[in-house]
Design a protein around this ligand. Structure first.
Ligand SMILES: [Zn+2]
Length: 425
């Protein structure tokens, strides 16, 4: 099966077998190599790097890569499109205390257990304000991506990563987490030659359902009846949450419910998740999503209104326009641009900005409206929420959300982690 990812290169997989890892850890310990314990964000990105979600990246970026990404939206090779820096930070103090030098091999641990090897080739500093401006288009701390940039420590380490100890993905995410290689195997089993990715961090209302249906018709309209050769991949971004977001468990289980209950044929629909802390970088994040989903084996990617945006930092269609500015052939995935879908009481259906002529009568699926429907817990009309999806939201609120379908401080404190790193033995 073809395993070519973003940038036209073979999908990266830097994961050691268990026997090799046990041996290597014993050697590293005997040699008393330096050790760093990583926080959740770094652990997440190490997993993504090691399994090729970020192909062709093989590790954390060097200064040359970060500068090239910020200035030219390219890796330091000068030709591979990349829009968001993937960086490993450390404080000057910790760096000094650790005694880590360029070209050191470092053992990374997570929650105290052996996790990965980090071959450090670059130690550098960055102007964080400049990075925020170039990636997010703002230096304001209330932009969550800029804020995250400022929260990095003052030194950065670049170099290749090798995973020693694969993550244990916890319930209910276990069956939804597939590596790029596993994802491609699954597509092959399903006989899919074309795959439309739907990026989400939402539980689906019928507006989302129709976005996907519209994209399916747009991309596969000429497909013959005999055998579906294409499908829709719902790939939920699971990562750091902000109060008021949907809880991860509800997102993934409600997306799956659309296939289970026939709103999409099961042979054309697959729900999965990928570990990633949203940066809300709008257009830049749209490009990043395109690269990531190329690595998952997708041929098409949906971009809706205000894709990966936040507040009023980006024009709702900036994330569409940025693709037009890329040189031809720099991405290996076809963007599908979605305009607004709404409910029209005159057409009496969920319809599309490009079709319905009753714009002034439309009822938009506003976040506030949907949120109040869910908080009231009274089952809405099936034209707005499929009853099975709505039941699943309520079930998840009880089972995982401590009574709430939205993230609360309580949830952030008490939730079960999405993955754990167990002792290596
Ligand atoms: Zn209408």
């Amino acid at each position: 099966m073809e395993m070519i990812g973003h940038g036209g290169k073979e999908i990266i997989e830097r994961v050691m077998s268990k026997d090799a890892a046990l041996k290597r850890v014993a050697e590293l310990k005997a040699a008393k190599v330096k050790t760093l314990d990583v926080r959740l964000q770094m652990a997440t990105e190490i997993i993504d790097i090691a399994y090729g979600f970020f192909s062709p990246l093989e590790g954390f970026m060097t200064k040359a890569d970060v500068e090239s990404v910020c200035n030219n939206m390219l890796l330091a090779d000068g030709k591979t499109v990349w829009s968001i820096p993937i960086i490993y930070d450390i404080s000057s103090e910790d760096l000094e205390k650790s005694g880590i030098k360029q070209y050191d091999e470092v053992l990374l641990t997570y929650t105290g257990n052996p996790f990965a090897i980090f071959d450090i080739t670059d130690i550098f500093t960055l102007d964080k304000k400049e990075v925020a401006m170039k990636v997010y288009g703002t230096t304001e701390e209330k932009h969550p991506g800029a804020k995250r940039t400022y929260q990095y420590q003052d030194k950065f380490l670049g170099g290749k990563i090798t995973l020693l100890n694969p993550p244990k993905i916890n319930e209910p995410f276990t069956r939804f987490w597939l590596t790029p290689k596993q994802m491609r195997e699954r597509f092959k089993e399903k006989g899919w030659e074309m795959i439309i990715n739907h990026q989400t961090r939402n539980v689906p209302h019928t507006g989302h359902e129709w976005l996907m249906k519209g994209a399916y018709l747009g991309a596969y309209g000429s497909m013959m009846v005999d055998k579906p050769r294409g499908g829709i991949l719902v790939n939920a971004m699971i990562g750091s949450k902000r109060p008021g977001d949907y809880i991860d468990e509800a997102i993934i289980l409600c997306q799956e419910a659309q296939g289970k209950h026939g709103y999409f044929r099961e042979d054309i629909f697959l729900t999965t998740c990928t570990l990633w802390d949203m940066r809300y970088a709008g257009p830049k994040e749209a490009i990043f999503h395109a690269c990531l989903r190329t690595n998952l084996g997708c041929t098409h990617h949906m971009f809706g209104r205000d894709h990966a945006g936040v507040g009023t930092y980006y024009d709702p269609y900036d994330a569409h326009r940025i693709f037009e500015r890329l040189p031809k052939g720099s991405l290996n995935i076809t963007p599908i641009f979605n305009l607004d879908w709404w409910f029209c009481p005159v057409c009496d259906e969920v319809t599309y900005m490009g079709l319905c002529g009753h714009k002034d009568k439309k009822a938009s699926f506003s976040g506030t409206l949907i949120r109040s429907i869910i908080q009231d817990g009274v089952k809405p009309p099936r034209r707005i929420f499929r009853p099975e999806v709505f039941d699943m939201i309520m079930e998840c609120a009880e089972k995982y959300g401590f009574g709430n379908a939205f993230v609360t401080e309580d949830y952030l404190k008490r939730r079960n982690p999405v993955f754990t790193i167990e002792p290596l033995k």
